[in-house]
Design a protein around this ligand. Structure first.
Ligand code: PMP
Length: 316
């Protein structure tokens, strides 16, 4: 069960049914084969976020954004939840919206893949398709315009600027990692999209132990195939992103992440998404530089939504 404390509110997810109560408490897997070449004092782990009911890490911030908005009266009866998304956050909103009776409108770039659009339609979300050439930044602008044109119709969830996003990770992902590593975690490695995962989990871990190192992962170029991640220097900067928080940023190439996705599937039995593979690659790099340490990479989702991509077929 997740308990959220935001401003003066204290709400338990039990009030929102068993689906919401099933969010979080995801497994932590030891990456035994991938970590074989590491120093004996170094362990590499992955937080398996596809175990959430909506299939990704984004269930955590979606739930916290919704319950915070309900508690503050921003998502009153009859209002639609509106946000821009490249996929997983939309699936999380649509999943929870269906379960909680909240109508959901999503602005999604026209190049979002077939699997993702299909899942969103199956869950009953209303989709507004934005210019594929403008990517996720274009979708943000469309959502903003819609929200300001019809403020009575929409609650604009604004995952990029909403503190309930990173607070979800401060309240859940961070404490889980401390518990699951017996307090021994030394390095957190997480991809940067809205940055909510790294900001929230990272702040909790720093409060727990100021020596914990925080490593962000981003694509090495503005045009890339690392679905869910942002190339921060060239993208719209999320309001919740504090560039001073991470100790290091590791840049990952799309091809390298594809290769790592195949390795994780074939060597560890973990069929994960491309951003998870990017995090694994960065985490392996960090772990290889250590003599002692407990390195945790966040694996945001599974590979199913990326099946139509051809890279799975290649040899290693
Ligand atoms: N990986 C995937 C597949 C995602 O959908 C997201 C969210 N956009 C991320 C990583 C990054 O998470 P965050 O928004 O918390 O930085």
């Amino acid at each position: 069960m997740i308990t959220t404390h935001f401003l003066q509110y204290s709400i338990t997810t039990q009030a929102f049914g068993s689906l919401a109560a099933a969010i979080g408490h995801t497994p932590l897997f030891h990456l035994q084969h991938l970590g074989q070449t590491l120093a004996p004092g170094v362990q590499l782990y992955a937080k398996a976020e596809w175990f959430n009911p909506g299939g990704s890490i984004k269930d955590r911030p979606a739930l916290n954004i919704i319950i915070t908005a309900l508690a503050q009266g921003q998502l009153s009866q009859g209002k639609r939840l509106l946000d821009s998304t490249s996929g997983n956050m939309g699936i999380a909103y649509a999943t929870l919206g269906a379960a909680m009776g909240i109508p959901v409108t999503l602005v999604i770039p026209g190049n979002a893949n077939h699997e993702r659009m299909g899942i969103l339609r199956a869950l009953g979300a209303e989709l507004v398709i934005s210019d594929p050439l403008e990517g996720s930044d274009g979708a943000i602008l469309v959502a903003r315009q819609m929200a300001s044109a019809e403020p009575d119709r929409y609650f604009y969830a604004n995952q990029y600027d909403n503190p309930a996003n990173w607070l979800a990770h401060y309240q859940t992902t961070g404490p889980e990692l401390v518990e699951q590593t017996g307090g021994k975690i030394t390095h957190l490695v997480a991809g940067l999209g809205t940055s909510g995962t790294l900001m929230g989990t990272g702040r909790y871990l720093r409060d727990y132990n100021p020596a914990v190192r925080l490593v962000g992962v981003q694509p090495d170029a503005p045009f890339h195939g690392l679905e869910g991640l942002k190339h921060m220097p060239s993208a719209y900067k999320p309001g919740i992103y504090d560039p001073a928080l991470p100790d290091a940023i590791v840049e990952v190439q799309t091809e390298g992440a594809y290769q790592m996705a195949r390795r994780l599937a074939r060597e560890e039995g973990l069929f994960v998404g491309i951003s998870a593979a990017a995090a694994a690659q960065a985490a392996l790099q960090v772990a290889a530089s250590l003599e002692h340490g407990v390195v945790v990479a966040i694996f945001p989702d599974a590979g199913y939504k990326y099946l139509s991509e051809s890279f799975w077929e290649a040899g290693l």
